[in-house]
Write a protein that binds this ligand. Sequence first.
Ligand code: EPU
Length: 463
Amino acid sequence: MDMFRIQGGRPLNGLVRLDGSKNASLPAMAAGLAIPGGLILRNVPALLDVETMSQLLTSMHVEVQQPRGGEVHIVAGRHTNGVATYELVRQMRASVCVLGPLLGRFGRATVSLPGGCNIGHRPIDLHLQGLAALGADIRLSGGYVTARARRLRGAEIDLGGPFGPTVTGTCNLMMAAVLAHGNTRIRNAAREPEIVDLAALLTKAGGRISGAGTSVIEIEGVESLSDSAVDHTVIPDRIEAGTFVIAGLITTGQLLIPDAPLESLTAFLELLQHMGADISCEAGILRVRGGKRLRSASFTAQPFPGIPTDLQAQLMALLALSEGVSEITDAVFPDRFMHAAELVRLGADIRVFGNTARVQGVRELHGAPVMACDLRASAALVLAALAANGETEIRRVYHLDRGYQGFDVKLSRLGAIVERIQDTPEPSRPLIPPPHFDVDRKSPQPPVAANSEKPANSTESTL
Ligand code: EPU
C-alpha cells in the first residue's frame, strides 16, 4: 500500500492541466452497455475507479479496450451477462450505474448491493423505486438486487429524498428510461454537470432527452440506441479543478488552470472570493494568486449548483488556516467529517458538533503522520500537508488514486516535495486475547489485532 511523504511549506507555482471527470466517466462507461454499436470515450482519466469499471464490464463479457491514454472503447454484444458481483461492486459504488442500462437494453440485471461507506449512509432506494416505477420487477436476495422487465414503460418518477436528489440515481434512471416504451418525466432530478454530460452522450446515441441540468428531465423512450459507434469526450473534472484552486491558495502560490469548468464552480469560487481570494479568468485560463491570509467563511455543501460536497473537505483544510471562525455543514452527506480528526493531528482547531464542523483558524499547521479515509478526505490531507511546516506522512493514498490521476506527479511539477513510497507494514502488536478468551477451548474465536489494516479492496470506502 502506497503512502505520501510531503515536505510542506513550499508555494506551488505554474500551470496545471485537468483530466476528465471521474464522476462523468463512470456512468458514461456504464452507458456503453445500452449502445449496440459500441462507445468510444475520450478524455477518460487513468484512475483506479475507471479500472474497476473496466473490470466490471469485462466480467460481464463486454469488450473493453484502452488503445491509448484517455481513450476507452466499449462494445457490449448480445452475450453480455448482466451480473455485477459483490467482489467488484463493493470496491466502487458507482458500479450500481449498470442497473439502468442493463435493464433498458437486456431486460435483466443482477447487481450486488453496494454496502457500507465511509462518507455516510448511502442507500439506493431511490434508484430501485424509480426502476420499479418504470415497470421493473425488483427483488432483493442474498445481498443482490435482481431486476427484470420485458420492456420498461415510461413513468412519472420523483427522486426527491431528504438529502437532495441522487446523482447516480438520476443517471441510472435516464439510462433505463431512454429505452422504455413511452415517455418518462423525472422530477427532482440531480442537476450536476455530469448528468448533462451523460444526457449529451445518450442523445448522440439516439436517445431523446430534454431538461438535463434542470430538476425536471423529460425522456421519450426509443426502441434501441445507435447500432454504429458513438464517440464522446468526457467533460473536465470540476472537483480536480477546485482542489487545485485550493492548492494554489493554501500554499500561497500562483497557479494557472486552463479549461477549468468555471460555470460548474460558481458557488465554490464565490465563496473563495468572499474569503478574499484573488482568482480571475483570462482567455479561458483560471488564475489563482495566493499570498494573503484569507478570511473565515461558513457554508453548507449542497447539491449542484451549490458548493459540492466533494470539495467540502478540501475547503475545510483551507479554512483551518484562515482568519476567524467558520462553520461547515454538509447537506448531502451530513456525517462526511472523518477528515476533521486527521486535520486536527496537523494542528487544526476543528470540533464537530452533530452535523456541523466548527473551524477556528490557526496561523500554522505542523507535519504529522495521518491516515486517509476516503477520496476527498485524502485530498484535504494532502493540501493541509503542503501548507504545513515540516514533514507529513499520509497513509492509504489508494483512496486518492481512485479519483485524482497522478496527483503526486502534478503537484511535484508545481514545486511540491511529494514522495510516493511503499508503506512499510505497521509492526504487528502481539495478539492480546480479550479477557473472556478461553485458551483451552477447542475452537477459539481468533482475536483481532487492534492495528489491523484493511486491504485496498476492502469495503470501507466506495464512491
Ligand atoms: N440517497 C438516498 N437514496 C438513494 C440515493 C441517494 O437517500 O437511493 C442519498 C444519499 O445517501 C446522500 C444523497 O442522497 O445522502 C446524495 O447521494 P447521491 O446518490 O447523489 O450520491 P451518489 O450518486 O452515490 C455521487 C458521486 C459522489 C458525490 C455525490 C454527491 C459518483 C460516482 N459519485 O454519488 O462522489 O459525493 O454524488 O454529489 O458520481 C466523490 O467523487 O468523492 C464522490 C463521493
